[in-house]
Design a protein around this ligand. Structure first.
Ligand SMILES: C[S@@+](CC[C@H](N)C(=O)[O-])C[C@H]1O[C@@H](n2cnc3c(N)ncnc32)[C@H](O)[C@@H]1O
Length: 311
C-alpha cells in the first residue's frame, strides 16, 4: 500500500491544513465525505488530473480498501483520511478554498434521535457557506427522498446557498457501489446540486497552532489514589466536556491509563490518557496509541486530570 495517499490531520501542528504541501502542488480542491471503497473518488481523480481530491471516511475498513485501490491504480492526486468529514471540512479548510464537496449515499439516520449523526445538517451547510469558493458546489446523491428533501428545505431557508438542481434518476457517468446496488433493486436515486452565493463567517475550534497537551507534576505534590475515583465521572466547563470510562493501573502502581471520551459540540472522540511516573515527576499526557484531534475538550481533559490529582 502506498501510504503517501494517507494523512492524519489529528497530528497537524497548524490548522487549517496546508494542502499545497500535502499534495506537493497547488490545484483546485474537491472533497468527498464518506467515500466508502473509493471507486467514485478514484474515477473522478483519474478524469481530472489537474485537481486535488481529498476524501474523509469514518470506517477503517473502507479507508484500507480505498488505499489499496488507489495504490493499485497509481492515482496520485488523492489524499485520504480516517476522520469525521463534517468536522474535518470545517477545521482543515480555509474560507473559499474548496471547489466542490461531494456526499454520495450518506447513511440516512432517519430517526429524530439519530439526527446528529447525519452529514447534511444546518451546521454542515454553514461550513459549506465558509469553505466553498464563491460559485463552488455541493453535490448530494441519495436513495432516500426524505434526506434529499430535507437538504432542499434547509437550503431554501439560507441566502448564502442556492438550490441549482434536484433530479430524479440522473444518468451519472460515474456510479458508486451503493448507487449500483440501489438501481439494481429498482430504487430511485435523488441528486441535489447546491451552489454557494457568498461567504459567511463561521467559528472554528482548532484554528492556529496546536501543541501536544501534557502536564508534569513533582511526585510529592500528587495524590495518585484519587485517579481511581474518576471512573464514570463527567467533567464539564462551559462547552468542554469529557467522561472517564475506565482507569487501568499496572502492577507496580506507577503507570495508569485512563479511557476517556471527550465531546466538542459536533465531535465525540475516544482516546487514552497516560499518567506515569518518570523519575521525580508524574507525567499526564495523551497515550500514543490513540490520536484524537487536540480539541478544547481533549486539552481540558489533560489539565483537569492533572489539577484534580494535584495536592
Ligand atoms: C452508505 S455508505 C456509502 C458509501 C459510498 N459513498 C457509496 O455511495 O458507495 C456511507 C459511508 O459514509 C461513511 N460516513 C458516515 N458518516 C461519516 C462522517 N461523518 N465522516 C466520514 N464518513 C462518514 C460511512 O462509514 C460509510 O462508509
Amino acid at each position: 500500500m502506498n501510504y503517501d495517499y494517507f494523512f492524519r490531520p489529528q497530528l497537524f501542528k497548524n490548522y487549517p491544513a496546508n494542502w499545497e504541501y500535502l499534495f506537493n502542488r497547488k490545484a483546485p480542491l474537491v472533497v468527498e465525505i464518506g467515500f466508502g471503497s473509493g471507486e467514485y473518488l478514484e474515477a473522478l481523480a483519474r478524469r481530472n488530473p489537474d485537481k486535488n481530491f481529498v476524501g474523509f471516511e469514518s470506517s477503517l475498513t473502507s479507508v484500507v480498501k480505498a488505499l489499496r485501490r488507489l495504490t493499485r491504480n497509481k492515482i496520485e492526486n488523492v489524499r485520504l483520511s480516517l476522520a469525521d468529514g463534517r468536522f474535518s471540512l470545517r477545521e482543515l479548510f480555509e474560507d473559499e478554498s474548496v471547489e466542490k464537496v461531494i456526499v454520495n449515499f450518506p447513511c440516512p439516520w432517519s430517526r429524530k434521535r439519530h439526527e446528529d449523526k447525519r452529514i447534511v445538517t444546518p451546521e454542515f451547510l454553514r461550513t459549506l457557506g465558509a469553505v466553498l469558493e464563491e460559485n463552488g458546489t455541493f453535490e448530494l446523491a441519495t436513495d432516500d427522498l426524505q434526506y434529499a428533501e430535507r437538504a432542499r428545505e434547509m437550503v431554501e431557508k439560507l441566502d448564502f446557498l442556492a438550490l441549482e438542481e434536484f433530479l430524479i434518476n440522473p444518468d451519472r457517468e460515474i456510479k458508486t457501489r451503493y448507487e449500483i446496488k440501489w438501481l439494481k433493486y429498482g430504487r430511485k436515486i435523488y441528486f441535489v446540486r447546491i451552489r454557494k452565493k457568498y461567504t459567511i463567517k463561521i467559528e472554528r475550534i482548532l484554528e492556529g497552532e496546536s501543541d501536544m497537551p501534557h502536564r508534569k507534576i513533582p511526585k510529592d505534590d500528587v495524590e495518585i489514589e484519587k485517579l481511581k475515583t474518576f471512573k464514570n465521572q463527567v467533567f464539564k466547563e462551559r462547552k468542554k466536556v469529557f467522561v472517564v470510562k475506565e482507569v487501568f493501573e499496572n502492577s507496580s502502581g506507577d503507570y495508569f491509563v485512563l479511557k476517556v471520551i471527550a465531546s466538542d459540540s459536533d465531535i465525540q472522540q475516544h482516546y487514552f490518557v497516560d499518567v506515569c511516573l518518570k523519575g521525580e515527576n508524574w507525567m499526564i499526557k495523551l497515550d500514543s496509541s490513540s490520536i484524537p484531534f487536540r480539541t478544547p475538550s481533549v486539552k481540558f481533559s489533560i489539565d483537569k486530570i492533572a489539577d484534580l490529582i494535584s495536592k
